[in-house]
Design a protein around this ligand. Structure first.
Ligand SMILES: [Zn+2]
Length: 304
């Protein structure tokens, strides 16, 4: 099975506290690495957890609050210093391009590789990246400033061969790819063997949805529907609901209700307020509503 996992580099909101770093994650799909958000210290976190930054060709930034992008100038500069040649695609709010250019203008730096900037649209769902096996979309979230979530969808997976039957019929290897696509095998005598009899059904495609930062709102529910893994911010306990609404954030209880409503398989909490030294109460609050909830933990990989 192709690898599809998320590594948490940071899970703190606003101020880094209790050794928790601001938001950043690596998505590994079949050894292709994508970075989501890039809070301060992200490049140190990458090196701490053994990720070579030059393996990352696509960076997605949700919004322009500092705890989601202040590590980007540093990371982009370091890629330049280590002699990166490959193009780097950055997807984020349009003004991020201006911020980066202003920095490089006044630091008189000419980046030696191409940065290809893709402005995101905070008003509607859009496809940002597409390969044969993976599609990445942005979708609107509701925050104090323009903000988007991201969803990674795996493409249609191939059926696998039933080795026992294929061997028994001595089917030449050259037909294997066609069989996996559902094309029947015809032997030299003209006998037809149905592909459905010679293969096992393709496993379901997997998906990962990322929501940070947002107030609870119906606008994004269809965008996260049915995800195998949902990362949803849970900045506060529900006793802080007023504060959550005022700052356009979500409580643990709300994140769990959203997970339940959208039929996701698993919920990952994150973006914890610096007021919480221990996170167990946030977890327990969510699990009471949506049992398959875990805390995002720095340095830990989560399977999609
Ligand atoms: Zn924010």
């Amino acid at each position: 099975m192709l690898r599809f996992e998320v590594l948490i580099l940071g899970n703190s909101s606003a101020t880094p506290m209790f050794e928790r770093h601001p938001t950043s994650q690596v998505v590994n799909y079949n050894e292709q690495l994508f970075l989501i958000d890039c809070g301060e210290g992200t490049q140190m976190q990458l090196s701490k957890y053994g990720i070579k930054s030059n393996r990352i060709d696509h960076i997605f930034i949700s919004h322009l609050h500092g705890d989601h992008y202040l590590g980007l100038v540093g990371l982009v500069s370091s890629m330049h210093l280590v002699g990166r040649k490959a193009d780097l695609h950055i997807y984020g709010p349009a003004a991020l391009q201006e911020i980066l250019e202003l920095h490089f203008k006044y630091s008189e730096t000419v980046i030696r590789y191409n940065i290809i900037f893709h402005p995101t649209n905070p008003d509607q769902e859009e496809i940002l990246f597409e390969s044969r096996m993976l599609t990445v979309r942005s979708f609107p979230l509701i925050h104090r400033i323009a903000c988007t979530g991201f969803r990674f969808d795996e493409g249609k997976r191939a059926a696998s061969l039933r080795a026992d039957k294929v061997e028994a019929l001595k089917i030449p290897k050259v037909y294997f790819a066609a069989l996996k696509k559902g094309i029947d095998y015809v032997d030299p005598q003209g006998n037809v063997f149905a592909a459905s009899e010679l293969t096992l059904p393709a496993p379901a495609s997997r998906s990962y949805a990322f929501c940070s930062d947002t107030v609870r709102h119906p606008i994004y529910l269809s965008s996260i529907e049915g995800a195998d893994l949902l990362y949803h911010e849970s900045t506060f306990l529900h006793e802080m609901l007023d504060r959550a609404k005022e700052t356009f954030h979500t409580t643990s209880l709300e994140a769990a209700e959203i997970a339940k409503e959208t039929h996701v398989k698993k919920l990952l909490l994150g973006h914890y307020s610096a007021r919480y030294r221990t996170l167990q109460p946030l977890l327990e609050e969510a699990q009471a509503i949506f049992p398959n909830t875990e805390l995002s933990v720095e340095g830990k990989w989560f399977l999609v």
